[in-house]
Design a protein around this ligand. Structure first.
Ligand code: FAD
Length: 319
């Protein structure tokens, strides 16, 4: 089933989750543990992130460094297939432009089609650490919209090789990212919204937002989208803050503001448990208000930690 079909069903589940593949060297058990903890609350679907390669430098002799490419969190496609098989749940692999040629993207989409994945989230990806800004592969896409175009073509049976005959069309339902607080590279919110609208005009069927901690930002974003004629579901992404160091890390990494009331409650906490509770209380209130005011479903960024999301789901949806 596609995400839009799920969302249009009356009484559909009111939350979904994002999982990260485990670090290379680990097995899939941590993913299953997270799913086992969250399955009782009946999530609507599971997103699985994609992590591109990074460069590492290894010392191979005195003063000699060797540059190596590593992918620290491989396994997105395998995890999706395993979860669909084990939990009979729809999965949404994230597909990114960065690090992929268009041919490699096509092959990845074929793999996903073969394992029965019907949904994808089309993203550009961020710059790798050693590069200051995002650089597309020479034969790759520069923006998520180009990836959307490629998936839409495949959905029409149009592959890269023009000589292919009698091709089968894929049936991917395409989601894209949206930024209530603006994508950090966009010169202004209106410009960012213009490109978001283009992604929708090119074939995106739903939007998942970057995390935010102030619901007003989401409601205003939805209003601005609707005013621009973006009428597809806009799924709010939320994350429970769990450590005091996240007061700095989250704004730094995700370019989001943390409301002063949340910051004060975290600063007032004396123990790690109290910090976690402050973050979960905040997120619980966010979740309840978003649902009450008509969000299509909630999308929890679990970041590999099942407990905070499970606890919030218990509070909001009951056990
Ligand atoms: P785009 O839509 O391409 O936008 C990038 C920037 O370019 C924006 O400023 C936009 O306004 C502008 N823009 C867009 N199109 C054009 C155009 N044609 N010409 C000029 N300017 C344009 N990253 C990962 O690496 N792996 C993941 O699994 C992952 N999952 C994510 C899930 C969600 C829900 C979100 C919100 C983000 C995720 N990211 C992930 C991070 C994402 O890749 C980064 O935020 C990235 O910087 C932008 O991706 P995008 O798809 O929004 O890019």
């Amino acid at each position: 089933m596609t995400i839009t079909e799920i969302l249009s069903q009356p009484g559909h589940s009111r939350f979904s989750i994002e999982l990260l593949p485990p670090l290379k060297g680990q097995n899939i058990d941590s993913i299953y543990q997270t799913m086992d903890a969250l399955s009782p609350f009946n999530p609507a679907f599971v997103d699985v992130t994609y992590h591109r390669e990074e460069y590492v430098y290894r010392e191979v002799g005195p003063g000699l460094l060797q540059k190596r490419t590593v992918r620290k969190r491989p396994g997105t496609v395998g995890i999706c297939a395993a979860l669909m098989n084990r939990y009979e749940i729809e999965t949404v692999p994230h597909i990114i432009c960065g690090g992929f040629s268009v041919e490699e993207t096509e092959n990845a989409l074929i793999d996903l089609d073969f394992v029965g994945v019907r949904n994808v989230l089309a993203l550009r990806g961020d710059a790798i650490r050693s590069e200051g800004r995002f650089k597309a592969e020479p034969e790759g896409h520069a923006y998520a919209i180009d990836l959307v175009d490629q998936i839409v073509s495949l959905n029409k049976g149009v592959y890269l090789d023009p000589d292919l005959r009698n091709t089968t069309a894929t049936e991917f339902c395409i989601g894209v990212a949206g930024y209530p607080e603006k994508h950090f590279e966009a010169p202004n919110p209106d410009n960012d919204l213009r490109w978001l609208k283009k992604k929708v005009e090119h074939g995106a069927e739903y939007i998942i937002t970057q995390m935010f901690f102030d619901n007003t930002r989401y409601f205003e974003f939805v209003d601005r989208c609707r005013a621009e004629g973006i009428n597809i579901p806009i799924i709010p992404g939320i994350k429970p803050l769990t450590t005091s160091s996240q007061l700095q890390i989250l704004p730094q990494v995700f370019h989001v503001d943390l409301p002063e009331a949340l910051v004060e409650s975290v600063e007032a906490a004396k123990t790690r448990e109290q910090v976690k509770k402050a973050g979960m209380d905040w997120c619980t209130e966010q979740a309840a208000e978003l649902l009450e005011k008509g969000a299509p479903t909630l999308h929890f960024y679990t970041m590999g930690k099942a407990h905070p999301t499970a606890e919030i789901a218990r509070r909001v949806f009951g056990s």
